[in-house]
Design a protein around this ligand. Structure first.
Ligand SMILES: NC(=O)c1ccc[n+]([C@@H]2O[C@H](COP(=O)([O-])OP(=O)(O)OC[C@H]3O[C@@H](n4cnc5c(N)ncnc54)[C@H](OP(=O)(O)O)[C@@H]3O)[C@@H](O)[C@H]2O)c1
Length: 245
């Protein structure tokens, strides 16, 4: 894809991977809109990059997803790229859990329901644009799950599956569908201090931009590139390794 000249919506773009991609697309000459629940994080991002457009939005809520896309259609009728990046990761004990089901439902709503719904809501606008791209951020854990985050891993496996079907259905109407499956990357995912063992964010984001520019449709990095292409035996080995930590 061209890195310049796009109008791009990045969900969860005020921090981590979303912000790193937003910065790079802005520098390449694209217009970028980011959204998230925390107004202060959106403001911080706008202070760093005054040309960013921001919108407070809780993507766990169906009505907020609908009003986000209505607003974008009205304000940015040339929108041609949607990046479904927002996500949360919870460490979940399946035995004797003390948590209410609504907490788990929230993780499924943000990580899976929202990208599916936003993809479907965006198709009517994207299909009118000459260079339309829909990008879903999954995870290396879509291929080899982390047992400490079983619901998270399942949402990412389901989003990977949805992305394959989406790519197949949108091909005839000229919308490219890209999957980015990050490995562990140093961000605040799951809470500050939990993701400090991963790849440096800037290295990961630079590599992703290069591969987007090269036109790749499935992008991993480091260990996620390995599991993305692994055999069943190699996946079993990866599962043992991830879950022996
Ligand atoms: N970091 C990793 O190791 C890693 C590995 C594989 C995949 N990923 C995926 O990469 C994506 C980005 O994560 P990250 O690592 O950059 O973590 P992050 O810094 O925590 O970013 C997640 C973003 O999503 C937003 N978000 C969460 N819930 C939302 C909601 N209900 N509505 C709107 N926005 C919401 C957050 O903003 P608010 O809290 O303000 O809403 C935040 O800006 C996620 O999909 C994650 O699963 C990350």
């Amino acid at each position: 894809m061209n890195l310049a000249g796009n109008t791009i919506l990045i969900t969860g773009g005020a921090s981590g991977i979303g912000l790193a991609l937003a910065e790079r697309f802005l520098q390449a000459g694209s217009e970028v809109i980011i959204c998230g629940r925390r107004e202060d994080k959106l403001q911080e991002a706008r202070q760093m990059y005054p040309t960013l457009h921001t919108r407070v939005c809780d993507l766990a809520q169906e009505s907020e997803r609908v009003s986000l896309v209505q607003w974008v259609c009205q304000e940015f009728p040339h929108l041609n790229v949607v990046i479904n990046n927002a996500g949360i990761q919870k460490r979940t004990q399946l035995i004797n859990t003390q948590e209410e089901w609504t907490a788990h439902q929230q993780e499924i709503a943000i990580n899976l329901e929202a990208p599916i719904h936003l993809s479907m809501l965006s198709i009517p606008l994207l299909r009118q644009q000459p260079n339309a791209v829909l990008i879903n951020i999954t995870s290396g854990l879509a291929f080899a799950p982390a047992a400490f985050a079983p619901i998270y891993s399942a949402t990412k496996a389901a989003l990977h599956s949805f992305t394959l079907s989406l790519r197949h259905q949108l091909l005839p109407i000229g919308i490219q569908v890209v999957e980015i499956a990050p490995p562990a990357v140093n961000t605040d995912l799951g809470g500050p201090g939990l993701h400090t063992f991963g790849a440096p964010l800037d290295d990961f984001a630079d590599a992703v931009m290069q591969r987007l520019q090269a036109g790749e449709l499935e992008i991993g990095y480091g260990t996620s590139e390995i599991v993305r292409n692994a055999s069943r035996a190699e996946l079993n080995e990866a599962f043992s390794r991830i879950n022996s930590r």
